[in-house]
Design a protein around this ligand. Structure first.
Ligand code: G6P
Length: 605
């Protein structure tokens, strides 16, 4: 949530900060602001709206060699000019940007008010600027340290002081902060997306670490002032991967990249000799695999649905009881942590706070947890230490597309590997290896059929509600399909197990209620065709998404996908649902990359 960026160096900070914010907009986009050090003071410009609005609001000639900036996803206080960051102290000497939540801000605000400190916003974040300003410490770093000792909650912060231009202080607890090391210049940001155009050399701060950065270097230490030694690592993501190119938006680009992303995810991991998967990063021996009695998959949003799909695959292929649970529910229900369970934390960004907290709770209780993560160097990846990287490339659009598909593929490989250590035969293993290797081509075929999917989507663009139904293997894909539609088009979409339809939801079926039915060509085909008949008998339009040959006229509309291995069919079936949601959202004129109220990286609770 919220993007923060800072710059110190010889160049004018303003265009760099605006460019950095533009890259971070997927983290939040309800207001934005920038502060630069100018002639012994601060120049602050902030506005409700998007980074584009801020760009227009910055007066011509605003320049400074040190600055901080912020793009917001509101937690405390409505999106407005006054609640936008950066926040400053009463004398306009200290400016701060903050990503996270200060949970004791009410108490701190009351204390400041009692001391006659004027508060200029409704935010939890503003208190930090005042607390830093009130410190009598002799360095900015110590003043920030003292101030942060008084706050409870999570933060990634950057602080600047007009009396010390040429210096920034950054710190983190729970929300990511990355330093970018350039030639005689330094950047600080909430993630590498804002940095890649300027440098490939980065340092990920650890929790409870604080850094002072100047144009010619950086110094890191712990919150209790013990120096830490941090060397930069290289990020292997080219800045071109963050560019839109000829694509209309990032969601489109990312859907189109799926064949390549799945290919990269599979590369070097399919073991043709033993008809298995080679997942060295998981760091478990066959003996360890044998001891696993249960698998628990944790994630949020699309990562949770991918986990559900993975749990189904693990039970099916490895015959190990497996289930998925939203990471937030898990962390708060005082879970029983079992030494014979393999825990799998799934996250594209590797920064989702609820998933991270679940990992930390698991580790604290002695659980064994691996990560299925896209962002290398992210907090969850580092916290887990072992796991499977997705190699999907950067995903910018709020709606998960290629990350969902590669999560499912990575979990299919885990299921295959677990299965082959147990009872899955070499023949069945071979069929799965072949099925996985075919997926990139099959996904390319689905994408090539985009026009037909677009036509179906446009036909239903006036619907106010939609059902997505699936059975067993199709159920997680149906949930993800409904999620995609509601988040980017704002059409109310609900997912149901097909078998549950007649226990209530069927009452809602009428000609105004279209139902998307997932129909894998598997042993439940007859059950699914019966479901379609039941919906049709009540006058409901049916869009069948299938890899089977359905009788002509059975469904109102049919979206066909190539026949995949039965176990892998849900992966193929979920791709056209992305295109369906995408084109329906476009038909309604939605901003698919930045859906209202949402953000891509949810680093607050
Ligand atoms: C947000 C995004 C979703 C995403 C979820 C989990 O809600 O809008 O698209 O699925 O976070 O994110 P993660 O980075 O942990 O996969």
């Amino acid at each position: 949530m919220c993007g923060i960026v800072g710059y110190v160096g010889p160049r004018d900070a303003v265009p760099l900060l605006l460019e950095g914010l533009h890259r971070l907009e997927y983290r939040g986009y309800d207001s934005a602001g920038v502060a630069v050090a100018v002639d012994g003071g601060l120049r602050v410009v902030k506005t409700a709206g998007r980074v584009g609005d801020l760009r227009k609001a910055v007066p011509e000639g605003t320049a400074g060699a040190t600055g901080i900036a912020h793009t917001r996803w509101a937690t405390h206080g409505e999106p407005s000019d006054r609640n936008a960051h950066p926040h400053v102290d009463a004398a306009s000497r200290i400016a701060i940007v903050h990503n996270g939540v200060f949970e004791n801000s009410d108490r701190l605000r009351a204390r400041l008010v009692a001391d006659n400190v004027p508060l200029a916003s409704d935010t939890d974040s503003e208190v930090l600027a005042h607390l830093v300003a009130r410190s009598s410490a002799t360095t900015l770093e110590d003043a920030v340290r003292e101030a942060l000792a008084q706050v409870e909650g999570t933060y990634g912060v950057i602080v600047m002081d007009a009396d010390r231009p040429g210096e920034l202080v950054a710190a983190r607890r729970g929300s990511p902060v990355v330093l970018g090391v350039g030639e005689q210049e330094m950047l600080v940001a909430s993630d590498v997306t804002a940095l890649v155009r300027f440098t490939q050399q980065v340092i990920y701060l650890d929790d409870d670490e604080i850094a002072t950065v100047t144009a010619d270097g950086y110094r890191t230490s712990t919150m209790d002032a013990r120096a830490t030694t941090r060397s930069p690592t290289s990020i292997d993501v080219a800045s071109a991967e963050y560019e839109l190119g000829d694509h209309p938006d990032f969601m489109y680009k990312e859907m189109r990249e799926q064949p390549e992303a799945v290919d990269r995810c599979l590369r070097g991991r399919l073991d043709h000799r033993f008809s298995s998967a080679r997942l060295d990063g998981v760091g478990l021996t066959p003996q360890d695999y044998q001891r696993i009695r249960r698998v628990k998959l944790l994630g949020c949003g699309s990562a949770y649905y991918a986990g559900q799909l993975g749990a189904q695959l693990i039970e099916e292929l490895a015959r190990i009881p497996a289930d998925a649970e939203p990471a937030s529910e898990f962390r708060y229900r005082n879970p029983v942590v079992d030494p014979d369970t393999l825990y799998v934390a799934i996250s594209q960004s590797g920064e989702t706070l609820d998933t991270l907290a679940a990992v930390q709770e698991l580790k604290r209780k002695g659980g064994h947890v691996i990560g299925v993560v896209n962002a290398v160097g992210s907090t969850i990846a580092r916290e887990c230490g072992h796991g499977i990287f997705l190699h999907a490339g950067p995903e910018v659009s709020v709606a998960a597309t290629k990350s969902f598909t590669t999560m499912a593929v990575a979990l299919a490989m885990l299921a295959l590997d677990l299965g082959r250590v147990r009872d899955l035969s070499i023949t069945e293993g071979r069929r799965l290896v072949t099925g996985l290797a075919r997926l990139p081509h099959q996904i390319a075929q689905i994408l090539a059929g985009e026009q037909e999917i677009e036509a179906v989507a446009r036909k239903y663009a006036r619907a106010e509600h939609m059902f997505f139904v699936g059975r067993v293997r199709g159920w997680p894909a149906a949930r993800e399909g409904a999620q995609k539609l509601k988040e980017i088009s704002y059409v109310h979409a609900e997912a149901y197990q097909a078998s549950e339809l007649k226990h209530g939801p069927l009452a809602l079926i009428d000609p105004e209620m279209p139902t998307v039915v997932l129909v894998p060509d598997d042993e439940l085909l007859a059950k699914n065709t019966a479901t379609i008949e039941e919906i049709k008998a009540r006058g409901g339009p049916v869009i069948a998404v299938t890899d089977a040959e359905l009788p002509a006229g059975l469904a109102t509309d049919v979206i066909r996908v190539p026949k995949a291995h039965d176990s892998l069919a849900p992966i193929a079936l979920s791709v056209p649902l992305q295109l369906f949601a995408y084109h329906l959202a476009h038909a309604l004129g939605r901003d698919v990359d930045r859906p209202r109220n949402l953000a891509k990286s949810v680093t607050v609770e």
